[in-house]
Design a protein. Structure first.
Length: 103
């Protein structure tokens, strides 16, 4: 698995692990530790606002439609797993470049 456990191939694309910080001063997405990407969101963690903001941010960073990003686990937790649908090789390449950047 590349990027530690931060991402892995999936039959429909890739799965990513993300550690979320809601109510941040500004949004950001990039590499974290060996197991997770880091997402900073300006949205609060209430009524699904942070999850919706995360899906939108991930879709933008990976260059896919919002409907291609699905929250798989961690609905109410800081640690979340998402599926990003699309060409697995291209998504893994994008993940590697995003993992090398700081949020």
């Amino acid at each position: 698995m590349r990027g530690g456990a931060a991402w892995s191939p999936d039959p429909a694309g890739i799965r990513i692990a993300v550690r979320v910080t809601p109510r941040a001063a500004r949004e950001g997405f990039g590499g974290g530790d060996a197991d997770h990407f880091v997402a900073r969101l300006t949205a609060p963690p209430v009524e699904g606002a942070a999850n919706a903001a995360l899906v939108q941010l991930v879709a933008k960073r990976f260059g896919v439609a919002r409907r291609a990003v699905t929250l798989v686990a961690g609905d109410t937790a800081r640690l979340k797993r998402l599926r990003v649908e699309g060409d697995t090789a291209a998504l893994e390449q994008t993940a590697a470049s995003l993992y090398a950047t700081k949020p």
